[in-house]
Design a protein around this ligand. Structure first.
Ligand code: COA
Length: 323
């Protein structure tokens, strides 16, 4: 695992300077104390991913040239097309290998991990690089009107090397779901291709380029889907909640994580949260959390790790990993 978070720290007090909000409101409703927003002169979605990937490559003890395929999860690509996977492939000097982008928002990393897992299990590839990287801050409405979502979302990247092995460790199973009925509860509408004109002054003024979220609907569905999909992963592997050594939920909101923790009666040591310092980084959230949890010694060889996510789409997913 590896990660990269932009240097630029934005505290709740910084937000108070640009919108009508307060540190107390943000901490109480989301748990976030600070987040990272990218530096437009330095950070791109693909180069943040490249930085995270280099850390993962180094820690995995492999060489960059060992990577045979790239799965890149992002809903905030550098270009409208092509995807950011090919841009990172170029930055890593891996021209020629396949690269795909996954656009499943907060569940994107688990979807990407699942794709990598299938390729490895079928024997098509031995070493796959999986990343999640996002720049959300440039799509946020940072005025008071947009405050309920702009205080939550943030930028960063995380990466994993998924490799074939002979022992029993690794990805035990992944579980992927979606319900398009709720597509517009959390989305960025423009620049939509089905518009007669993709870009216009009226569209910009209408704020349809900004992230729009129905926070209440997201919250209500998230708490139900998180628990469903964690149970699904446990049942598929004949495990119970007592077997979980570490739950790493997508860092949507600390209140959601705490709710899920209570539902499964897990102690604080068994749930990893870092939203307090990095905010909600969409597809990058789980790999950043995994990388930081590993650095902090929160899991060790043989531990059972459960990943779970919920987000735009709606999509939700889980993975059970024997480390
Ligand atoms: N600062 C201060 N006040 C704010 C605010 C902010 N940043 N954002 C909203 N408010 C105000 C609202 O304007 C509203 O004021 P009113 O009562 O005078 O109308 C009040 O706070 C309550 O707003 P509401 O939207 O009902 O708040 P909430 O309790 O539902 O909390 C969220 C809003 C977004 C924090 C909450 O819905 C949530 O956590 N949703 C899940 C979001 C999430 O996890 N997204 C990530 C998905 S991957």
């Amino acid at each position: 695992m590896g990660h990269y978070t932009p240097e630029n720290i934005v505290t709740n007090e910084d937000l108070v300077q640009i919108m009508d909000t307060s540190n107390e409101w943000i901490v109480e409703r989301t748990g976030i104390e600070q987040r990272r927003w990218f530096n437009p002169d330095k950070d791109t979605v693909s180069n943040m991913a490249t930085n995270a990937a280099k850390m993962a490559i180094d820690r995995a003890g492999i060489e960059t040239k060992d990577i045979e395929f790239i799965v890149f999860a992002t809903i905030t690509p550098d270009y409208f097309f092509p995807g950011s996977g090919v841009l990172m492939q170029r930055e890593l000097g891996l021209q020629g290998i396949g690269a795909i982008d996954i656009r499943n928002a907060c569940s994107g990393f688990i979807y990407a991990l699942s794709v990598a897992d299938q390729f490895v299990k079928t024997g098509m590839y031995k070493t796959v690089l999986v990343v999640g990287s996002e720049i959300q801050s440039s799509a946020l409405d940072k005025s008071t009107e947009g405050r309920s979502s702009s205080v939550i979302f943030a930028d960063g990247a995380g990466a994993a090397i998924v490799q074939a092995s002979e022992d029993q460790s690794g990805i035990l199973s992944t579980h992927l779901h979606a319900d398009g009925d709720h597509a517009e509860e959390l989305y960025v509408k423009d620049p939509g291709s089905s518009r007669k004109v993709r870009l216009s002054k009226e569209l910009i003024e209408g704020k349809t380029f900004n992230l729009t979220m129905n926070g209440n609907a997201v919250f209500k569905h998230a708490v139900v889907r998180f628990s469903e999909v964690i149970n699904e992963a446990l049942e598929a592997n004949g495990k119970s909640k007592e077997d979980i050594d570490l739950l790493i939920p997508h860092q949507a909101n600390l209140r959601i994580s705490n709710f899920v923790q209570k539902q499964f009666a897990l102690s604080d040591e068994k749930v990893y949260n870092n939203i307090m310092t990095v905010g909600n980084t969409t597809a990058a959230s789980i790999p950043i959390a995994m990388s930081q949890a590993w650095e902090e010694g929160r899991f060790k060889e043989g531990d059972l790790i459960c990943l779970a996510a919920f987000g735009s789409g709606f999509t939700w997913a889980s993975a059970l990993i024997q480390w």
